[in-house]
Design a protein around this ligand. Sequence first.
Ligand code: PLP
Length: 367
Amino acid sequence: MPKGSTRMHWLLMSGSDHNDNQTKMNISQLIRKNIRALKPYSTARDEFKGGDISVWLDANESPYPNGVNRYPDPHQKRVKRLIASLFGVAPEAIFLGGAGSDEAIDITFRIFCEPGNDNVVAITPSYGVYKVAADINDVEIREVELNSDFSLPVARMLEASDSHTKLIWICSPNNPTGNAFPKEEVLKLSESFHGIVVVDEAYADFSGEGSLLPEIQSHPNIIVLRTFSKAWGLAGMRCGMAFAVPEITEYYNRVKYPYNMSSLIQEELARRIVEGTGNHIEEIIREREHMASKLSEAACVEKVYPSDANFLLVKVSDADAIYDYLIANGVIVRNRSRMPLCDGTLRITIGTPEENAKTLTLLNNYR
Ligand SMILES: *Cc1c(COP(=O)(O)O)cnc(C)c1O
């Protein structure tokens, strides 16, 4: 089972006492005014209050069954119940994105940030989607470089923020540096910051650091992003999640497109969760450690950074040339050498043992 799936019985169950007035007030003050006032689209099925219906003439659907002639559940109730028990949270603590966690990232900007007025703070180097989503939403992004050892520059992040800073973006384990930040540092940051701290935990299942999910209860200004794309091996299904106190997820659910996850995907995701992951987390971690030690012996490799994820950041003698050499031999990696602090690096995903062996042989033979 992936990490985070150990049961946290107390977390975010309805009626728990995180729900005090203080919290409510702070959160709602951070929400954009128009979003706070938003009256969401009400679907035909929202207006259906129950009853023994056998003839559905409320949604202008085709009456002829073909497996997908009916609209999907806009609230994704069944799959959310399964995710809730998997992660030990209440269903109300979950937002489910049918375009992956990229959808959660975009909606986070739209809920909290007034275009042209508010700003966010993020770390760099990190996942590129935060900046693209900020640019699309016309929100200034203040990128703060990690410390040279890739540790979290907590003081500089706080210094970069002002009264218009709504969000701080953290990716942990961080893409592309691979390291997870100590939980205590993220908690400290959330305690010192007046806005929301978003922690993207796409790779948390590969890390020993553990998830911040259990801390949301005591730190309601933390939003945790998770995804089915990595450890669950379902990148093609596009299922991402945001976990937060219900005062926040309520807004995600208001802002999202009503039918943002197709019935085919809801059914398939539910089936996969019930079946279990068939995941390869332990195998990938084992391969990662094996690759890290073997790679560091290759002549063209100068440094292999420690990794809490399913990839390795590797400093090589000539990143551009080695990148091209690998492609010429049928292997593609990610050239990260133009990112801050990542001069001369390639990011190598952990593949199957055979794929890793092939990559290793190529690098050993590089002259
Ligand atoms: C891969 C990745 C994701 C996953 O995005 P999806 O849209 O859910 O596939 C999210 N965040 C980071 C940092 C990633 O590297």
